[in-house]
Ligand binder design. Structure first.
Ligand code: ZN
Length: 291
């Protein structure tokens, strides 16, 4: 089943609410990277935040990269998404697992670590990408992204991200919501939403119960009016190709490629995002050097 992101405006256009079902994305990431439960949850949350934020970009080719780099065992988590709902990502140490917290909850913050940074790179097709960075708050990712949006982009935001994982490690549900207050949103709206968010169960539980993103928005707004602005299908998609890998090789520089030829003769490159392998023979490497 395909996932999707609903983007809605409420309270006379002063509040934006995004809700996403990314179950398909978390499952695909788990399959590609053979992630442990903790890694599945951490990567799934990051992919969800990334694809929701990217769905707000205007340009067709605009992209957002999120890097979460904590001092936990998972290492860095990287995710890249475009405005059309395509997202890909990886985690440095996908097989790291950690003991469960109380009530059987996954300790994502412990696996990510809370000393480190969230870095967001927005490539909007301008000469230079926009880069923002804040310190991690908890490593739980949703809080960290909310803090980034508040500090770096000055948008008061509430973010919820969740991946529900079965005992056997399979992904039951994955999704998130993102609520943003526009500059003209009133104090009352802010208080109302804060209370609603406090009362709402985890998003992964709502999805597992069969709620769709639009139902979750209804639920969050307690039947207040809202207008759906867009519905963006989302999926895990990698764009790697032999040509891209050749460009990566080229970017290493002549010296580096000559060293590879001297030491190994040929080279096998693996895509971080989907683990596809690309093989280059000695002759092909020499051709790349001569370019
Ligand atoms: Zn790939």
């Amino acid at each position: 089943m395909e996932g999707y992101i609903i983007n809605a405006l409420a309270m006379n256009g002063t509040v934006r609410v995004l809700a996403a079902d990314t179950t398909n994305i978390a499952r695909e990431a788990q399959k590609l990277h053979m992630t442990s439960p903790a890694a599945t949850a951490a990567l799934g949350r990051t992919l969800t935040a990334c694809v929701m934020m990217a769905s707000l970009l205007k340009g067709e080719k605009d992209t957002i990269t999120i890097q979460i780099k904590g001092d936990g065992l998972l290492g860095s988590i990287v995710s890249v998404a475009d405005s059309k709902g395509n997202v890909r990502g990886y985690v440095n140490n996908p097989d790291i697992d950690i003991p469960l917290k109380n009530k059987g909850k996954l300790d994502v913050g412990g696996a990510v670590g809370n000393n480190g940074y969230v870095t967001v790179i927005k490539d909007l097709g301008l000469k230079e990408p926009y880069v923002g960075q804040v310190k991690l708050v908890s490593g739980e990712i949703a809080e960290d992204i909310a803090y980034y949006l508040a500090c770096s982009e000055q948008i008061p935001s509430a973010v919820a991200l969740g991946v529900l994982i079965e005992q056997d490690g399979s992904v039951v549900s994955s999704g998130g919501f993102l609520i943003q207050l526009m500059p003209d949103a009133g104090e009352e709206s802010a208080d109302f939403l804060e209370e609603r968010i406090r009362q709402t169960e985890p998003i992964s539980v709502l999805l597992a119960r069969g709620m769709k993103p639009e139902n979750i928005i209804e639920h969050l707004l307690e039947n207040k009016d809202f207008r759906i602005v867009s519905n963006t299908p989302c999926k895990y998609k990698c764009y790697c190709s032999r040509e891209r890998m050749e460009r990566n090789l080229l970017s290493l520089g002549r010296k580096e490629i000559e060293d590879i030829i001297a030491e190994q003769g040929d080279a096998e490159l693996q895509c971080h995002f989907c683990n596809a392998k690309y093989f280059f023979t000695r002759e092909e490497l020499q051709k790349i050097v001569s370019q």
